[in-house]
Design a protein around this ligand. Structure first.
Ligand SMILES: NC(=O)c1ccc[n+]([C@@H]2O[C@H](COP(=O)([O-])OP(=O)(O)OC[C@H]3O[C@@H](n4cnc5c(N)ncnc54)[C@H](O)[C@@H]3O)[C@@H](O)[C@H]2O)c1
Length: 249
């Protein structure tokens, strides 16, 4: 079995930072040609340059533009995401809509755009970067938890439809990962929980984990690269946790 990704073309959304950037590097290291799709065009171009891929400067909130898209990629990693922390009664409805658009509607539209090419080749890998919040809830994250639970459903339906066409669809479900998205929410978490910023890791983020450290982006990326490989051909409709034991409770 050839477990390299030579000859494969991959697209990683939110590929310019954090988990997405680690996925870009891991897939490229296995031989894939990678498209770095991100609203941060400068960072996307820099990383594409580094890995010999291409950059796609795109705002995935512009969902109307995605409805007519057609993608010729073999591996699609739906990763772009944002976070907002607020009690439901104060949650800005516009923020709720933005999160659902970026993290559920855009993945649907990208899967829709990629499947015809994948079906024609009898090969495709859809990998959705979900979260432990795809299978568990936390207070103050109504939009994020809703979007990730929805993504889990989309992933399973894609798996059922894609099976006979050589297309697999899976989620990866990390706990808290050391990325800018997590660094940015430390102040907000401190405020809504009424604690000091220095206490957020121990008192909010790592309370449920058996292993008391953040996940590293490269650890998530290695799982994504394996799901993209030939070895994972029988893995579909699954959700793979990497949460230090959080969801074992
Ligand atoms: N960091 C964590 O603890 C953690 C845990 C579980 C799941 N996740 C998920 O992993 C994914 C990546 O998160 P991260 O922590 O690496 O975040 P990050 O902030 O480091 O990177 C997100 C990337 O998405 C891009 N992006 C944001 N809005 C966009 C838009 N409208 N169009 C195109 N690109 C856009 C950003 O420019 C950025 O490059 C997200 O889906 C997140 O929900 C993160």
């Amino acid at each position: 079995m050839d477990n390299t990704l030579n000859g494969r073309k991959a697209l990683v959304t939110g590929g310019a930072s954090g988990i997405g950037a680690a996925c870009v590097r891991a897939l490229a290291a296995q031989g894939a040609k990678v498209v770095v799709a991100d609203v941060d065009s400068a960072a996307a171009a820099r990383l594409a340059d580094e890995v010999g891929g291409t950059a796609w400067a795109v705002d995935l909130l512009d969902v109307d533009a995605l409805a007519t898209l057609s993608l010729d990629v073999d591996i699609l990693v739906n990763n772009a995401g944002i976070q907002r922390i607020s009690p439901i009664e104060d949650f800005d409805p516009a923020d709720f809509r933005r999160i659902i658009s970026l993290m559920l509607e855009a993945p649907f539209l990208l899967v829709r755009a990629a499947l015809p090419h994948m079906y024609a080749n009898q090969f495709g890998r859809i990998i959705n970067v979900s979260s432990v919040h795809g299978i568990r809830a936390s207070p103050f994250k109504s939009a994020y938890v809703s979007a990730k639970h929805g993504l889990e459903g989309l992933s399973k339906v894609t798996a059922l439809e894609g099976g006979e066409h050589g297309v697999t669809s899976n989620c990866v479900n990390p706990g808290y990962v050391r990325t800018p998205l997590v660094e940015k929410q430390i102040a907000d978490q401190a405020q809504v929980h009424g604690i000091d910023e220095s206490e957020v890791l121990a008192k909010v983020m790592l309370t449920e984990s058996a292993i008391k450290r953040l996940v590293e982006p490269e650890e998530v990326a290695s799982l994504v690269a394996w799901l993209a490989s030939d070895s994972a051909a029988m893995v579909t409709g699954a959700s793979y946790t990497m949460d230090g034991g959080w969801s074992a409770r």
